[in-house]
Ligand binder design. Structure first.
Ligand code: NAD
Ligand code: UDP
Length: 318
């Protein structure tokens, strides 16, 4: 029986599809390429255990027999969801309901990819799963934060009312190869800017913090969360607790890319930028035996190599 990966042509989803295929699973990837890219799954198309369905989850899902459903479909970068507010709200509400209904019909296990953004601009630090957050329901990030909070609520309601075997991952900032060089997030922006000698654009004073998790660690957490019997009905933070300021990331990336780019300070791209963010991963450690193992230096080198080849490909195309 198959695993359904909704949003499987996106950054994290494409790594998840690869990991599942490597483990001998059959994967059905559902994606409408709203923010994902065909290139992310092109190498999987030759596998007899990989199927790609180009469809919009908001419209519904076909009756397919699957054993596990990973719901990762959603715009995820702040400029992306600010540009696509209705799509973001609909895929996390209507899209989530369609996948949960499929889980009811097929008896499948369901994993919802939520986010550290449900904590908003947190007042508790580091963030534990019990923290209820500091979120504006009408602010510039509300289309994402509130959509994910609704998606979590819907997931838990189906667990209680329809006995669906669910689990929720609160994913913290993740980076790595196959992320979109143009999606506006910290790592793609800084790496592309460093590699092309353009100024590295730090928003605000750069003192705000983030904790970056390499994608292979994150995917390992998702797979463990899906496999764990003890995780039924649970909400689990997945992220790397090594917290640094945005300015530190700018300096580390510039150095790692061997770049002389100037670091410049400018206005925030999207308002209500959380000022501190760091996961407490005690629950993931205790429940799943999981913790991140890839160092920032190692992860960044792989990511820089990926963007270097992407830039070379784009230069060849012009
Ligand atoms: P991404 O944009 O690269 O991938 C999302 C995928 O979902 C894309 O391929 C997109 O085309 C697809 N999609 C969107 N709407 C759809 C629809 N209506 N029907 C079908 N497919 C649709 O984003 P990502 O960084 O890989 O994030 C994946 C998931 O993880 C998202 O749900 C995101 O909210 C969550 N998340 C990511 C991060 C991160 O740092 N990358 C952090 C927290 C949470
Ligand atoms: N950021 C920045 N310059 C950029 C892109 C992002 O200073 O070119 C900052 C952004 O303001 C935030 C942090 O980096 O404080 C992480 O931003 P990202 O968009 O990656 O994700 P977020 O954590 O906001 O969802």
């Amino acid at each position: 029986m198959a695993d359904l990966v909704a949003g499987g042509a996106g950054f994290i989803g494409s790594h998840l599809c690869q990991r599942l295929i490597d483990e001998g699973r059959t994967v059905i990837c559902v994606d409408n390429f709203l923010t994902g890219r065909r290139a992310n799954v092109k190498h999987l198309l030759s596998s007899p255990r990989f199927e790609l369905l180009d469809m919009d989850l908001i419209e519904g899902v076909p009756d397919i027999d699957v054993e596990r459903i990973y719901h990762l479909a959603s715009p995820a970068s702040p400029p992306g969801y600010a540009r696509l507010p209705i799509d973001t709200m609909r895929v996390n509400s209507e899209g989530t309901r369609h996948l949960l209904e499929l889980a009811v019909k097929t008896g499948s296990r369901f994993l919802y990819a939520s986010t550290s953004e449900v904590y908003g601009d947190p007042l508790e630090h580091p963030q534990r799963e019990s923290y209820r957050g500091n979120v504006s329901s009408t602010g510039p990030r509300s289309m994402y934060d509130e959509a994910k909070r609704f998606g979590e609520a819907m997931t838990i309601v189906y667990c209680h009312s329809h006995s669906v075997d669910v689990r929720i991952a609160r994913i913290f900032n993740t980076y790595g190869p196959q992320s979109d060089p143009n999606d506006g997030r910290l790592v793609p922006n800084f790496v592309v800017q460093a590699l092309t000698g353009r100024p590295i654009t730090v928003y605000g004073d750069g003192k705000q913090t983030r904790s970056l998790c390499f994608v292979s660690d994150l995917v390992d957490g998702l797979v463990r969360l899906m496999q764990s019997e003890a995780a039924a009905g649970e909400v689990v933070n997945l992220g790397n607790p090594a917290e640094r300021t945005v300015l530190e990331y700018a300096e580390i990336i510039r150095w790692s890319a061997g770049s002389n780019s100037e670091i410049v300070f400018g206005a925030y791209a999207v308002g209500d930028d959380p000022q501190r963010r760091c996961p407490d991963v005690t629950k993931a450690r205790d429940l799943l035996g999981w913790e991140p193992v890839v160092s920032l230096q190692h992860g960044l080198l792989q990511t820089i190599e990926y963007f270097r080849s992407e830039i070379a490909l784009q230069e060849c195309a012009v």
